[in-house]
Design a binder for this molecule. Sequence first.
Ligand SMILES: [Ca+2]
Ligand SMILES: [Ca+2]
Length: 408
Amino acid sequence: MRSAAGLALVVLLAAGCWNWSFPTDLLADGPGPDSPVADLRVDGGQDFALDLEPDLIPDQAPPECPPCTNPATPICDKGKCRPCDSDGECLNGFCNATGECPAASDIAHVNSSSRSCPGNGDKATPFCAFVDGADSGKAHVLVEPGNYDGDVTLDAPQEIHGKPGAILKVSACDKLLIEKAKVTLVGFTIEGSIKIVSGTGVLLRDRIGPSACIGVEATGELTLERSFIFGHDLGGVHVKDKYSLVNNIIAQNGTPGGPQFGAIKLEVAPSGSRLMHNTIAFNQSKGGAKEGAIRCEAAAAGSMCVNCLFWGNTPNDQGYPMGPNCNPLFSIEDYKSPASAPSHTSNFTVTDPKFVSLTPGTDPADYHIQPTSPARDKGNPLATGLPADDYDGDPRSDGQPDIGADEI
Ligand SMILES: [Ca+2]
Ligand SMILES: [Ca+2]
């Protein structure tokens, strides 16, 4: 039904009297179906488009977009179509890693609290089990908060998002596997460890640990970004293929009598690999020539840890032997032993990196840095492939990257 408010607005518009300060009673009443204002709509589900007659568009209107029909740039923002950057921007609650908003029909839903178990994956009748989402054949899976059995082999190309509070419980080593396909896991708490057997694992904004295993072991390609890897007895991250390890906090992994590495073991270093802006703290390995932080068995450009913050790793930070390409650059190092550190002219040592809250050996410790941290603004701004944001998603836009995973 056409409302009085709608009619009044038509009169206002026709008379060229548009004003953004509507009387509140007009706004509350809302437009009628035939009103031009009824065309203020969600276009394609993702962007807002003013669909008024051109001569009725007021000068004060915010910049419009052309219809954002390109799937790669679905969001209208200040007159330009751009990729989405968070699930909340997409009508279906899913923004994938390439910035697209998938259609509802391409998303399987999982909710452990559903009353319609086992469910069929629709939004109204979600699957109850994580494995059913993984086996759904859908390219995207959206997992609601709750506890899920994480003993699952992921072997179909998929991007799986966990909402805050979505927890995968993994019972033992080698129980959560990625095989044969590219699988992206975003936003999960993984209580246990994960192994990429083949294919490609993309782990973004995940919290992984603790476990009696290697936290993330990758025979296939690994992208690990903005994640917290902690409390794994056999070491934090072991890569055997191409890798991108950026903006991670890797802490409290390894044991004195256990593995040959604490935080990271690089067994190969294919070109194109990236290792930068990681905070690597309080990891440990067994003594001798073993590595508390990084054990580097192969040397290539990507195996340099650029703008990394090493702190409190034992028995030493980097370990030996290390090829020259494995040496950190523009990083903070904390040499406890051996007494004679190798010469890395662009690195420096500090007496205290000033983490926000630190009780070593406990969880959670907060490895963000304080504003007074010596890591602030000390990274190399000219390094190739620097990330645009940090562990939290904060932009690294001041031209002086802070060393480690956190940008103030
Ligand atoms: Ca900075
Ligand atoms: Ca930050």
